[in-house]
Design a protein around this ligand. Structure first.
Ligand SMILES: N[C@@H](CCC(=O)N[C@@H](CS)C(=O)NCC(=O)O)C(=O)O
Length: 365
């Protein structure tokens, strides 16, 4: 469903107090990833509610400093926007705030000066003027729409000037960032084309199954509440990982579609970089891991991480590991964060011992 956004800062008298939780029945808790009465046991991701576009001459024109991005370093969807922001040189144009990694019953919260366990840039209170006292991301959603009934998700792109949410759909936010600021940025960044015309069809086709089976597939595996829903999701996930492995084996590389980074790299990376570190154990996606089971995906992942700062500099493993393992208490009731795998990502010239041994046997190293 697409809805129009209304609500100016002047109208921000929310019906609910800033910190008050929405009255929720037990079965509507936001941390119930599958409704307790849903017999299918399948996780069904909801539609993002704010779907406006930044456009020259439109309601949301491109302008330096006008938009604020709210992200979580833990979140793969938000991670897409941080990578693209950096690849397109938009750091001085779109400031951002990262929430604390813990997501509780009231959703994402802003870090406080007492929080010493959340490293990384911009993990702070909401710095936007007029947002003093906002403790949670939900405060922003209710400021924009006191009757808001959707989820309070990251990423959220917010128009500071009008006090409106532009979009909370990452796939659309990244596409706005590709082109809509091109008149404002340096030529060097204008020439970064993440959705080139000759590859648009291929990228869109890849997105479709990558989103469903891999990006969302890890969640469908991990949040499933029946064996059947879990097995279905995990089987689909691994057959699509096999498909990626085959594609990367046959392609020239080093990127998904050859010599240049495209949207396909961004969208796949944010799931794959979390795979061994969290999903294998937390979401039970353990038919194989990347480092020992998918040599070409592993090579592609490490190339991006170690050679392209937009990928490494936006990856915060502390947030990633702690968020999932300490927020999803229905999956991990004691909130213990597993120590491994260590390191969360291997160096480019490192391999797990079994791979090293195999390479030595083959006389390759
Ligand atoms: N389709 C959205 C999904 C965003 C999303 O679900 N983000 C998660 C974090 S990874 C979130 O904020 N969840 C909070 C909630 O569902 O209550 C997008 O791609 O932007």
């Amino acid at each position: 469903m697409v809805r129009t956004v209304h609500g100016m800062p002047g109208e921000m008298k929310t019906r609910r107090g800033a910190n008050e939780a929405t009255p929720q029945a037990e079965e509507q808790k936001i941390t119930n990833w599958v409704a307790p009465n849903d017999k299918s046991g399948e996780f069904k991701r909801g539609q993002s509610q704010f779907r406006n576009w930044i456009k020259k001459g439109g309601e949301f024109p491109p302008e330096k400093g006008r938009y604020h991005l709210y992200v979580s370093y833990a979140c793969p969807w938000a991670h897409r926007t941080l990578i693209v922001r950096k690849l397109k040189g938009l750091e001085d144009f779109i400031p951002y705030t990262a929430v604390h990694w813990h997501m509780g019953e009231r959703g994402w919260r802003f870090a406080t000066p007492e929080d010493k366990d959340a490293p990384g840039d911009n993990v702070t209170a909401d710095p936007v003027k007029g947002h003093e006292g906002y403790t949670h991301l939900r405060n922003l959603y209710f400021q924009v729409d006191p009757e808001y009934k959707g989820r309070f998700t990251v990423p959220t792109l917010y128009d500071v000037k009008q006090g409106k949410i532009v979009s909370n759909e990452s796939s659309e936010i990244i596409r706005m960032l590709y082109t809509e600021f091109d008149d404002l940025i340096d030529e060097k960044y204008r020439n970064v084309v993440l959705f080139p015309e000759n590859l648009q069809k291929d990228i869109d086709a890849t997105n479709e199954w990558t989103y469903n089976d891999i990006n969302n597939g890890v969640y469908r595996s991990g949040f499933a509440t029946t064996e059947e829903a879990y097995s279905k999701a995990v089987t689909q996930l691994f057959s699509s990982l096999d498909r990626v492995e085959k594609h990367l084996t046959e392609s020239a590389g080093p990127y998904y579609f050859g010599k240049n980074i495209t949207e396909a790299d961004v969208r796949l990376f944010t799931t794959i970089v979390r795979f061994d570190a969290v999903y294998v154990q937390h979401f039970k996606t353990n038919i194989r891991d990347i480092r020992s089971g998918y040599p070409h995906i592993h090579k592609w992942l490490r190339h991006l991480y170690w050679n392209v700062p937009a990928f490494k500099d936006t990856t915060e493993f502390t947030h990633i590991k702690r968020h999932y393992t300490k927020s999803h208490t229905n999956i991990n009731p004691y909130s213990i964060t597993p120590l491994g795998p260590e390191p969360p990502i291997l160096k480019e010239d490192e391999e797990v011992p079994a791979v090293k041994y195999a390479l030595a046997l083959a006389g390759k190293k």
